[in-house]
Design a protein around this ligand. Sequence first.
Ligand SMILES: [Zn+2]
Length: 582
Amino acid sequence: MAEAGSFAEKVKQQADIVRVIGEYVRLRKTGQNFTGLCPFHQEKTPSFAVHPVRQIYHCFGCGAGGDVFKFVMEVDKCAFPEAVRTVAEKCGIPIPRPRERSPEERRENQQRAALVEMHKEAAALFVRQLHEAAEGKVATAYLEERGLNREAMVRFGLGFAPSSGDALLRHLKPKYSETLLEASGLFSRDANGRFYDRFRRRIMFPIANDSGKIIAFGGRAMGDDMPKYMNSPETPVYSKSNVLYHLDRAKEMLRQQDFAILVEGYMDAIAVARAGIANVVASCGTSLAEPQIKLLARFTHRVVVNYDPDTAGQAATERSLALLLEKEFDVRVLALPGGADPDKFLKEQGAEAYRKLLGQAPPYLDYLIGRARQMDRSTTAGKVAALNFLMPFVQRLPNRLLRSEWATRIASELRVDEPVLREALRRAATERRGEVKPKVDLLAPAIGPAERRLMQMLVEAGEFRDRLVAAITSAGLHRGLDTERIFEVLIAVEIAGERPDPAALGAALEEKDRRLLFEVLFEVSSEATWEEAESCLELLRSRHVERELAELQRKIEAKAPPEELMRLLARRLELQKLLARN
Ligand SMILES: [Zn+2]
């Protein structure tokens, strides 16, 4: 994929796969490799490995594997050119002007770029309206009343969409086509098909993607206008479930602090960030969507959920909890006293009080048990209801040991007869959605150690690869092996006088063979010697003879003509002697 001399090739040479993957997966050094939890399948013990020398990754669980570009393509769900750019950006490699792509791709890219530009212009207009227009004064006063000073309004890029209904339209119409105006989601059409501003008389919160580009808006009504919050619709640049508000500004602190505070709305996120706690993100919807969790997982696996304590907030907390648990997040719940949302609490009690409660936020289990305790448990039916409330959360836990700990804890807290509960838990556990099991059958039949070692040597043994290839090809030792195709590719590289590149080798192979080769390449190896190569070759020779013998036997039994039979029997004797010698 990365052609010699291409930009991709250059990026690949300079990029460090461990560093790039380390931004998505928490990697730990294990021997010569790095390992972590696979981002492509659910697991509780790491089977995902990154090889720093060979610059490849491989999951021993689900079989995913490739080079740094393949990883980014899979994890970001993007095309090769985009993956190259992403890796280049992450490694600080300057990107040349993109080459011409397919007309369709180019049109889409142009459209996205134009939409981002429109949002930037719209945001600037909204900001000007807030600070300069007469109508903006009312909005400013309203925000100040809610505790936001000018500095905060500027810092978070807040703006105001005027009530005229065509301020933004007049601003953007001369520069952009109807198609773009339509696609931006910034406008609606009236009964006559004419455009008008989607956001009117609203405080505007710019919503940025994780690289800080504004791609949508959230508009809050002033006073009692309905709906209270209005968001941009889904557009080519914005998908609600793929964005976390404030993530672009929280990234650094999320990594440093290794935990996120998850709040519901813009005002909450802003309030928490203003209190000096920058590692806050808002789901901007009542509950968290799965892509948002994946996004967050790139930065941390620890979350304090701090939703509003009202009923909707509670339900959202519980839905989000279930999803986070399933993704193996370490979750705590901060339920602020007095029914306050974070914004209100911070205003009334201040940052210190908030930090203190944040530090004391109980693990989700305590929170949930607390909720269950509020239920009437004086009757059996009540106890069953409390159990039924807790059970779905237990079911989501991927870790059996943890599920068992929960059982004990819940049993004692709710004063339920433990055997009964354990039985319910056991049932819950078996009904749980199955984890992806390592697909052992993919590797069947087992490939012998000599073959495995020879494959390794054909990749790394620089000094005698040529001799090795000559020994294998002259006798056709690889013919008929399950790994024949892999050997062919490795041999072809040597004959072409090229340096073996694991990722390129993988790309030349079928997926089944690619997996096997990568597994072999991840096996710990010491420096290869020719003596060792010889002993591996010897084993291969024996197997070669065995295969020929089996073939002879088949022919002999098939009643060959007499003179042919004589030849076959003579050859069989020869081969049997050869085998006996070994
Ligand atoms: Zn995997």
